[in-house]
Design a protein around this ligand. Structure first.
Ligand SMILES: Nc1nc2c(c(=O)[nH]1)N[C@H]1C(S)=C(S)[C@@H](COP(=O)(O)OP(=O)(O)OC[C@H]3O[C@@H](n4cnc5c(=O)[nH]c(N)nc54)[C@H](O)[C@@H]3O)O[C@H]1N2
Ligand SMILES: Nc1nc2c(c(=O)[nH]1)N[C@H]1C(S)=C(S)[C@@H](COP(=O)(O)OP(=O)(O)OC[C@H]3O[C@@H](n4cnc5c(=O)[nH]c(N)nc54)[C@H](O)[C@@H]3O)O[C@H]1N2
Ligand SMILES: [Mo]
Length: 791
């Protein structure tokens, strides 16, 4: 019997494949938002949260990092369907209390799906799994802190600990967290960014001297051309559609580049306008290029080649602000069109038509997300986007610029606050000056290197500030084995997830307040601050009564651990920071560049925007003081015959590893998630039919481990030949740990070479890694609970 069945709380037999949608949002989106809110929170809490969401005096949406309009321009309901789902998940009245953890052994919990785990509700008490135990049991906070402190103090070196962060942590929490890690003595500060926009941060840092977007929301509204590449805003940044609609009304053109013609790229029915509700909505994409997975670098160089040929260049900008132009021209001039056509799956005519749009625009905004960053050649591709922007002077002027669209609501702020395994020396100098100790100077482990270090016995302690490390990371079997082999795993979490079930010898879950919760400390009610994808920083105040008296804020938990570990080392007053977060912000104002006057600025309605030299003054803090053209050879992943290039993406009903439900409505998938989208000719060529069930195997020469994921239903879909798509995280077992992007070390979640076999033939060789969760010392007993249906 397949292990997979053990954790199936829904029957994949219920999976239905229907019509794809040609428009995003509309009244269905509102209806779904309201329904999910009412289910989880009831009427009062729904009203309380949804009206304060993204308002100037309210709280910041815990979903994505899309910016808010200026305070005067916000609507009464300034949120989207998926923002409302995120709030409902967190504001839920369901509770995973000590009774819940007594009812199920850890092995039994591991038999359930991620969907089921999340539906159990908010964690209410600190919980511990002691060595040899089968269950989590409650523990007092002080004892938990002591246990963690003792463990940390027992390590041979501070570098045997790693401190992960997911991008929901507030700036205040992030700042004290990195301070604690560095005072303890390590730069091992991996974060979700290492799996996300790390390729962006590296490429932009090298090309323009700062790793962040050079645009504001106003620029999007006033662009002549917006290029959306490798991004699915209708699902992952739905409020972006409102900005795109406004841009269209101002005359912008939109060019979309994606293997899938996602509904949110095609048409937007804005539920806030009569036209969106009653009319046919706004057409967004003027031209769509269904590019082959990983074909973007070749496409961008072809654009460059044509712009050079047409002399559609801003020579003044190039002359005064850039370096390396001639070499770049030399390189793109003789691109091989046959190679470009093969790599992109697009005709020369299609590419030329798109390039004409680029040529005509006097102000272009380049947007991208995971479809670009999670490839082996991601850094080169992003530098190529920069090249195009430089060639036409599309940076540091209204309506133009580089716009990586970040994921987690505060992933950018966390980095600004020093969550960075390779923080610049200047940041470390500022820490030294402010706190009077010399922080470690060597680079720490990022996410992939932390996994390797745990696997190899070099790291013995893991602390996660949010996130779901085991599910989000690549090579699930390897990661889970690595985590299960260490001395202690600690998770600061809002809700149960898979990572709690892959335990070190001792494991702790520390329940924390989320963005929606009221946070009251000794000095009174607190607020926190966050930064969006356009460098705008503002305050956030949760409105809801927290889930019980035992749940603590992230700041309170981190400072508690710091006190238990460090005592009064370096005289850092952790208590003062916990009692009044203004004491953290005053430190931030002296350590973090651009945050002078933080307390005052962040309290303004709408907050403030961090400085960005290329955006503000067209100055570039690179080594040469210029924007750097880069020359990159076109390398694309070679796919042998009989194989496909798989990308792993999000459905409309999940937030990363949190599965909200089973409805990927825009793509026509209902009631299940184990699907593999394929082109009809690939289905036929590989000898299958639409609707067949298959097992997926990775082809990887780096080691001889077999990687597989079983029983996926083939769904015929409109995507380029040779490319396939599945949902994340079900297919993370297929991503080899060593398969990462050059320079950024970001896992190549969007390009995995796979083969397919009929399902069920190779069960023995292909156990489902999460169902059998490997197993530290005391995982030996396994149970097989009956599959349950969700009520
Ligand atoms: N509701 C919701 N919102 C979210 C999230 C969520 O899970 N749910 N996650 C948040 C996070 S952390 C992030 S990072 C963002 C992610 O936001 P996205 O980057 O939009 O997320 P993905 O689903 O990974 O989608 C990637 C898109 O890239 C396309 N793509 C894949 N490969 C290629 C390629 O080679 N070339 C091109 N041009 N396109 C390609 C896919 O078809 C897909 O449309 O969203 C954030 N917001
Ligand atoms: N195959 C594949 N893998 C991927 C990706 C992909 O596209 N394909 N995308 C990658 C990307 S872009 C990212 S960002 C990572 C995401 O990786 P993570 O950030 O690690 O994962 P999440 O699923 O966002 O984390 C969800 C958990 O965070 C906890 N949580 C929620 N809110 C809070 C809070 O306010 N405070 C605290 N302390 N905890 C909270 C909850 O317990 C919840 O279970 O995954 C990466 N993995
Ligand atoms: Mo992300």
């Amino acid at each position: 019997m397949l292990n997979r069945d053990r954790r199936s709380d829904y029957d994949e037999g219920d999976l239905e494949v229907g019509d794809r949608k040609k428009a995003a949002a509309g009244v269905t989106g509102v209806a779904v938002a309201v329904k999910r809110s009412l289910e989880q929170m009831g009427l009062m809490r729904s009203a309380e949260t949804l009206l304060e969401l993204n308002q100037a005096e309210g709280f910041d949406c815990p979903s994505c990092a899309w910016p808010d309009p200026d305070p005067g321009h916000r609507k009464i309901a300034e949120f989207c369907e998926n923002g409302a789902k995120a709030v409902a998940e967190e504001g839920t009245t369901r509770r995973a209390d000590p009774g819940f953890f007594a009812r199920y052994s850890i092995a039994e919990l591991a038999g359930h799906s991620e969907l089921w785990l999340g539906k159990q509700g908010r964690i209410t008490h600190p919980m511990v799994k002691r060595p040899g135990a089968t269950h989590y049991t409650p523990i007092e906070w002080d004892e938990a802190f002591t246990l963690i402190g003792e463990q940390l103090k027992s390590l041979d070196s501070p570098d045997q600990a790693t401190f992960y962060t997911s991008g929901r942590a507030s700036n205040e929490a992030a700042f004290v967290y990195q301070l604690f890690a560095r005072a303890f003595g390590t730069n091992n500060l991996p974060d979700c960014s290492n799996m996300c926009h790390e390729s962006t941060s590296i490429a932009l840092q090298e090309s323009i001297g700062i790793g962040k977007a050079s645009v504001t929301l106003d620029d999007v509204h006033h662009a002549e051309l917006i290029i959306l590449q490798g991004q699915n805003p209708g699902t992952n940044h739905p409020r972006m559609l409102t900005a795109l609609e406004e841009a269209k009304q101002n005359g912008a053109k939109i060019l979309t580049i994606n293997p899938l013609r996602e509904a949110g790229l095609v048409n937007f029915r804005n539920p806030q306008t009569p036209r969106g509700v009653l009319g046919r909505g706004t057409d967004l994409s003027d031209l769509h290029l269904s590019i082959k997975v990983n074909g973007d670098l070749a496409l961008l160089q072809a654009f460059g080649s044509l712009l050079v040929e047409w002399d559609a260049l801003d020579h003044d900008f190039v002359q005064s602000h850039t370096r390396g132009f001639d070499e770049w021209v030399e390189h793109v001039r003789d691109i091989d069109w046959d190679e470009v056509v093969a790599a992109t799956g697009l005709s020369r005519q299609q590419i030329t038509e798109a390039a004409q749009m680029v040529r005509r625009s006097k102000a272009t905004v380049f947007c991208w997300s995971m479809g670009i960053t999670q490839h082996r050649n991601a850094v080169a591709t992003i530098k190529e986007i920069c090249n195009l922007a430089f060639a036409q002077g599309n940076i540091g002027k209204r309506g133009a610029g580089l716009m990586p669209v970040r994921g987690h609501s505060n992933v950018q702020g966390d980095r600004t606050m020093g969550i960075w395994e390779r923080a610049p020396q200047s940041f470390l100098d500022a820490i030294e000056k402010e706190f009077g100790f010399d922080p470690p100077r060597e680079n720490g482990y990022d996410t992939v290197d932390s996994i390797k270090a745990m696997r190899d016995g070099k790291v013995r302690f893991f602390l996660g500030l949010g996130g779901n490390f085991v599910q989000a990371a690549p090579d699930t079997a390897v990661t889970a084995e690595a985590m299960a082999g260490i001395d202690m795993t600690v998770h600061i979490s809002t809700k149960p997830n898979r990572s709690h079930l892959v335990c070190g010898r001792t494991a702790l879950i520390l329940p924390t307040l989320g963005r929606t919760d009221k946070d009251v400390q000794a000095s009174g009610p607190q607020f926190v601050s966050v930064e969006d994808t356009t460098c705008a920083v503002h305050a956030s105040r949760g409105p809801l009564k927290p889930p019980g008296g035992h749940v603590r804020s992230e700041v309170a938990i981190i400072t508690g651990i710091a006190e238990a570990t460090l005592g009064d080392r370096y005289g850092i007053d952790w208590k003062a920071m916990r009692d009044d977060y203004a004491n953290i912000r005053s430190r931030i104002s002296r350590v973090v560049p651009g945050c002078e006057g933080y307390e005052v600025n962040v309290r303004r309605p709408g907050g403030f925007i961090l400085p960005h030299p290329p955006r503000d003054t067209r100055s570039f803090e690179t080594d040469s003081g210029k924007a750097e053209f880069a020359v990159s050879p076109v390398e694309v992943v070679q796919v042998p015959p009989g194989h496909l290039l798989l990308q792993t993406m999000r459905s409309h009903d999940q937030f990363n590893t949190t599965i909200y439900g089973l409805s990927d409505r825009y793509r026509g998938i209902e009631g299940g998630r184990r699907v593999v989208f394929m082109h009809r000719d690939d289905i036929a060529a590989l000898g299958f039919d639409d609707g067949d069930f298959v097992d997926l195997f990775t082809r990887w020469d780096g080691d001889d481990r077999e990687r597989c994921a079983t029983r996926f239903r083939i769904v015929e879909y409109d995507l380029p030949r040779g490319s396939a798509a599945t949902y994340y995280p079900e297919t993370n077992p297929l991503v080899p740990l060593d398969s990462t992007a050059l320079k950024s070390n970001c896992p190549t979640y969007k390009s995995i070479v796979i083969s397919l076999t009929p399902a069920g033939n190779r069960d023995d060789e292909c156990p489902d890694v999460l169902g059998t969760a490997p197993v530290g010392s005391d995982w030996s007993h396994k149970t097989t609970p009956e599959p349950k249906h969700l009520s």
